[in-house]
Design a protein around this ligand. Structure first.
Ligand SMILES: [Zn+2]
Length: 221
């Protein structure tokens, strides 16, 4: 079974009850109550001054508060357990590859605090237990919302799926563009960083590995 993340959302087994009004509250959204907004605001003011700006000028007055809210959002996954999304599993007599491709994400490079954005592809071989497809995207989303490096993001997602689903095999391939390479330093726009983590049969059986990589790389028709 191969689906894109958009289809995964549509075929998710989550209920589609109307959102409560006036605001939709996503109970699955991670929360990071440890974020100290006031401290971020003063730090941003210090940085603005340090680069020669005037934090009191009109255009910058609300910037520190805006940046604090943005960091709270970007790092919302820091204190949460992304594995909780894999707690609800379904007994299913299906033991072939399940693949969700093109799960888009945005994370923050922990070395420069600049975003890296891209797509994750996740495949697993169930051993009697499957999970709602959109939950795989939830895991990526939450692991991405931390100060991060792409290598750790990739193997964290693979480890969680292997452990929580007792999967016979897991393949996670992540491709992304790092702002710290495209807009500063070496300045190479268009460069793509690819990482992969193979577990179980996808690591030990060359045929299974070739099959899953073929599906991940297959051009959509
Ligand atoms: Zn970086």
């Amino acid at each position: 079974m191969t689906v894109s993340s958009k289809e995964a959302d549509a075929t998710s087994n989550e209920g589609s009850a109307p959102a409560p009004t006036p605001f939709f509250v996503d109970k699955n959204e991670p929360k990071n109550d440890a974020v100290d907004f006031a401290a971020i605001e003063s730090a941003v003011k210090v940085i603005l001054k340090a680069v020669g700006e005037d934090p009191q000028r009109d255009g910058l007055l609300e910037t520190p508060a805006r940046v604090a809210r943005m960091y709270a959002e970007m790092f919302a996954g820091l204190k949460s357990d992304p594995g909780r999304h894999l707690a609800k599993v379904f007994e299913e007599d299906y033991d072939e590859i399940v693949l969700v491709r093109d799960i888009s994400f945005c994370s923050m490079c922990e070395h420069h605090l600049l975003p890296f954005t891209g797509k994750a592809h996740i495949a697993y071989l169930p051993s009697g237990k499957v999970v709602g497809l959109s939950k795989l995207a939830r895991v990526v989303e939450e692991v991405a919302r931390r100060p991060q490096v792409q290598e750790r993001l990739t193997h964290t997602v693979a480890n969680l799926i292997e452990e929580r689903l007792s999967a016979r095999g897991v393949a996670v391939v992540v491709e992304s563009t790092h702002s710290c390479m495209t807009m500063r330093g070496i300045r190479k726009p268009g460069s793509l960083c690819l990482t992969s983590a193979m577990r179980g049969a996808f690591k030990t059986d060359p045929k299974s590995r070739a099959e899953v990589l073929g599906l991940i790389n297959r051009v959509s028709t």
